[in-house]
Design a protein around this ligand. Structure first.
Ligand code: DGL
Length: 271
């Protein structure tokens, strides 16, 4: 079984990280469009062009399914568009529905953070019309986090300064849930924990996306494999994951960079 996962950059590694555990016997192709990141600040037309290229690339690699591990790309790729390809295409959207279903009944508000394209997109607004009937959801575009993530800056007070500035007009003490609506945002959990009150729940779309992938593949095996086994596969030494940056095989330097992201994701497992 071969699964293609793509993102504008390294955000989708957080989806790969979970997929490696859930489907240990699959072979993965991970495509980061490093030449065009950030998608969140591009036009819809540009993003559609990038997606078309990547899907063509994945189909040539004979994948059995493609995961768009990018909320921004999914936001511009409509349903009709996805159904025109011969393999299942699984997209991601901010887990607003899940947040409202789980926590909507509790007092307080829900904050959804994503890229400017996702926040402005019709897809999210249609979803909100359906699920946010009591108007309890606020939206925040945080494109700066994509830049920090791409630089591999997980550990700098600049992130805290950025978040404090961008969220200064939001009623932070009122939030009961924070939805990470961009896969690049997963690397900064330690900062969200500092910004929000202790009881805030954090929700991302990764687990739901993997569940959808498993359904589409009609996969029933493998529960999980341990972190060390995963880490070995990040090096690509066992042929489990083949990485491409905008269609080109990755260099030794890129591989080192990827490993640092995967290690950061391992660390986040325990906070
Ligand atoms: N990782 C992407 C997402 O989930 C987009 C980041 C970007 O390229 O702006 O939306």
């Amino acid at each position: 079984m071969r699964v293609g996962i793509f993102d504008s950059g390294i955000g989708g590694l957080s989806v790969l990280h979970q997929a490696l555990r859930r489907i240990p016997e699959a072979e993965f192709i991970y495509y980061a469009d490093e030449e065009h990141v950030p998608y969140g600040e591009k036009t819809e037309k540009q993003i559609k062009g990038y997606i078309n290229e990547i899907i063509k690339f994945m189909l040539k690699k004979q994948v059995d399914a493609i995961v768009i591990a990018c909320n921004t790309a999914t936001s511009v790729a409509t349903k009709e568009y996805r159904s025109k390809f011969p393999v299942p295409i699984i997209g991601m959207e901010p887990a607003v529905k899940q947040a409202v279903e789980l926590y909507g009944h509790l007092p307080g508000r829900i904050l959804v953070a994503a890229t400017p394209v996702t926040i402005a997109g019709d897809k999210l607004h249609h979803l909100l019309e359906k699920v946010d009937r009591e108007d309890k959801v606020d939206l925040a575009a945080l494109p700066g986090l994509v830049r920090f993530a791409e630089k591999g800056d997980f550990d700098t007070e600049e992130i805290m300064k950025y978040l404090t500035k961008e969220l200064k007009h939001y009623p932070l003490h009122k939030y009961k849930a924070f939805v990470l609506g961009c896969t690049h945002f997963n690397y900064f959990m330690a900062y969200y924990k500092r910004i929000f009150s202790e009881n805030v729940k954090f929700i991302d779309g990764n687990a739901g996306t993997i569940r959808q992938l498993l359904r589409k593949l009609e996969y029933t095996g493998g529960e999980s494999c341990n972190t060390l086994a995963d880490t070995a596969s990040y090096n690509g030494d066992d042929g489990k994951v083949t990485f491409y940056f905008s269609g080109k095989p990755v260099t030794a330097g890129d591989r080192k960079r990827i490993k640092a992201y995967m290690e950061q994701l391992d660390r986040l497992d325990s906070i």
